[in-house]
Design a protein around this ligand. Structure first.
Ligand SMILES: [Zn+2]
Length: 279
């Protein structure tokens, strides 16, 4: 696994020392005509601290992405999954009413966002424009996957365990919307996140309800082996919660079995998978 930084800076305000550093470390630069430059840089252990010092001095944050080798992907038994394709918002969106319609909000904490339990179908305004994509996530909802009917039929035939399919309703008519389904994930994994110095940038403890949430580093997840052992499911949510403010979401994990089904049927456009290190 390699760590790639995505660093966005303004060519007019950046110091020449930092540009030299980036060039010396063989960063790749985007070269359109605007003043904003994007540099991609693979991190190395021996100058990692210098990079962080530069970023701090320049007041720039980098976005970290893990790039896995083919061998690492082939060896993995579980993956995290998310969709880069975001569509619409859960409805009714005004006053966040969906929090009380789609979810049972009896135990909801309005300080950290913890405690929503889904009780009804999600509602949206209109059918997705899928294009070549087959999966989406709604804005604001970071731990639910929605699929078109093509994925639905392939998953139905594929001996995939651990989910139910829910319709998604038109918020005006309360009738199911064509060609979109929610993968309702039935199980939550036992807590098992370890090597937190690798995965966790910040631990947030809610002063009101005591819930602990994490901010992810982008450097991959390591889990204890025994929480995955004996699972009879192909899709499961983490017990650990992530996000700042009112964002409070699980990570979704899928098995090798489901990963193979999705990739071999080319259903993975705009999906991001990360192999989970299991020890
Ligand atoms: Zn709370």
């Amino acid at each position: 696994m390699k760590i790639r930084h995505r660093i966005v800076f303004n060519r007019k305000t950046i110091s020449i020392e930092f540009v030299n550093f980036l060039e010396e470390k063989k960063a790749k630069f985007s070269n359109d005509d605007s003043d904003l430059i994007v540099a991609y840089l693979f991190e190395e252990e021996n100058w990692k601290n210098d990079l962080y010092q530069f970023l701090q001095k320049e007041g720039i944050t980098s976005i970290i992405e893990c790039i896995y080798s083919k061998a690492e992907i082939e060896k993995a038994t579980w993956f995290s999954i998310r969709s880069k394709f975001r569509w619409e918002y859960p409805q009714p969106k005004d006053y966040f009413s969906y929090r009380h319609i789609t979810y049972d909000s009896t135990s909801y904490c309005d300080s950290c966002g913890y405690g929503l339990k889904q009780k009804e179908e999600f509602r949206i305004n209109k059918s997705p424009k899928w294009g070549k994509r087959n999966f989406l996530m709604l804005n604001w909802v970071h731990d639910e996957l929605f699929i078109n009917n093509k994925v639905r039929s392939i998953m139905d035939k594929g001996d995939i365990k651990g989910y139910k399919l829910h319709s998604v309703l038109n918020v005006k008519t309360n009738k199911p919307i064509d060609d979109i389904n929610q993968i309702y994930i039935e199980e939550v994994l036992q807590p098992g996140l370890i090597n937190k110095e690798q995965s966790i940038k910040e631990v947030l403890t809610c002063r009101k309800c005591g819930t602990v949430k994490y901010i992810y580093t982008g450097r991959g997840f390591t889990y204890k082996k025994d929480v995955f052992e004996g699972l009879n499911t192909d899709i499961v949510k983490s017990a650990e919660m992530f996000g700042d403010g009112l964002m409070c979401s699980s990570i979704i994990f899928i098995s090798r079995n489901l990963y193979n089904l999705l990739t071999s049927n080319s259903l993975d456009k705009d999906l991001v998978f990360e192999p989970i290190t299991i020890v």
